[in-house]
Design a protein around this ligand. Structure first.
Ligand code: MLT
Ligand code: MN
Ligand code: ZN
Length: 299
């Protein structure tokens, strides 16, 4: 299995267009300690010819331009991108579908809930329904979007997308709103969980024994956006666990056997994005990698 990190940042990217938090300030200045990052997505292939995207970020066009494996290979119209698998309906995970218009056939997989959000937004009809099949996927029912790879959705505590929040909001619900994905090929297993509000026993069982884990690295501290004076929400309110603390991801997953663990979907306020920072060193010392765009893994 080949894996390419297309985008490692959470919504907004690094730096974010309207942000001068401490991390974004370094990024705007070109400080080498903060590498700019695009929004959350990975590409996976078994044969190197057919690729599936896990989520389609608003930065997808730039991500394709930076990734040779995803560029057209034959004359005329062509793309190695055969499918897009959506883990939720957040803007940073679906807006890239609009980049994939222009009469190219591929498939979109998601829960019935996530596909309904796309169905209800007419702008997505620009991606021709005649050519681009939308395939609803149920939990724990294997599907194979590209040759040699089998995927399965599992529930993850989450919430509806920010743009669909209303008075009925339940943070941490296990529904079709937010899912994790297990990707298996002959002999290897990748687990992808870019958004997660809580660690359950079922989630720990899913993750245990993975060859590679990508996990929600949105914030380092639950209140860091408030502390930076740029927002009023905690990570918990946004449906994201934080990296640090007794109830953070590093601690909650520490005892699980996982060959390689990587934080992805990292918000621009997260100090672990600063190479050499205390927070960066702490997560690395705990065995985690802070993802960067363009990182490749071979399983
Ligand atoms: C999230 O991950 O919480 C969302 O992407 C937030 C957003 O849509 O801005
Ligand atoms: Mn997001
Ligand atoms: Zn920022």
């Amino acid at each position: 299995m080949q894996v390419i990190v297309l985008g490692s940042a959470a919504g907004g990217g690094v730096p974010q267009w309207n942000c001068r938090c401490p991390v974004c300030q370094l990024a705007w200045k070109g400080d080498p300690r903060v590498t700019p990052r695009t929004q959350s997505s990975i590409a996976v292939s078994e044969d190197g010819a057919s690729w599936v995207l896990l989520n389609a970020s608003p930065d997808l066009r730039a991500q394709i331009a930076a990734t040779r494996a995803l560029q057209p290979r034959v004359d005329g119209r062509d793309s190695p991108i055969r499918a897009v698998v959506l883990t939720n309906g957040d803007v940073d995970h679906i807006a890239g579908l609009l980049t994939l218009r222009e009469q190219q056939a591929f498939e979109v997989y998601g829960t019935a809930d996530t596909l309904a959000l796309i169905e209800q937004n007419q702008v997505f009809d620009v991606v021709s329904k005649a050519l681009v099949r939308r395939e609803p996927v149920s939990f724990e029912v294997p599907f194979s979007p590209v040759p040699g790879l089998t995927m399965e959705f599992f529930t993850v505590p989450g919430k509806v997308p920010l743009w669909r929040e209303d008075a009925s909001l339940v943070i941490g619900e296990e529904s079709g709103s937010t899912v994790g994905v297990t990707i298996t090929s002959a002999g290897s297993r990748l687990v992808y969980v870019p958004g997660c509000a809580a660690v359950t026993d079922a989630l720990r069982r899913r993750i245990s024994g993975a060859d590679l884990l990508f996990f929600d690295g949105t914030l380092y501290r639950d209140d860091e956006m408030i502390a930076a004076g740029i927002g009023t929400k905690t990570g918990a309110r946004m449906g994201h666990l934080s990296m640090s603390g007794a109830d953070g991801t590093v601690a909650l997953l520490a005892d699980l056997p996982v060959a390689r663990r990587v934080f992805i979907h990292i918000n621009n306020t997260n100090p672990a994005l600063i190479d050499g920072s205390e927070e960066h060193r702490a997560v690395e010392a705990a065995g985690w990698t802070v993802a960067r765009d363009g990182m490749e893994f071979s399983l």
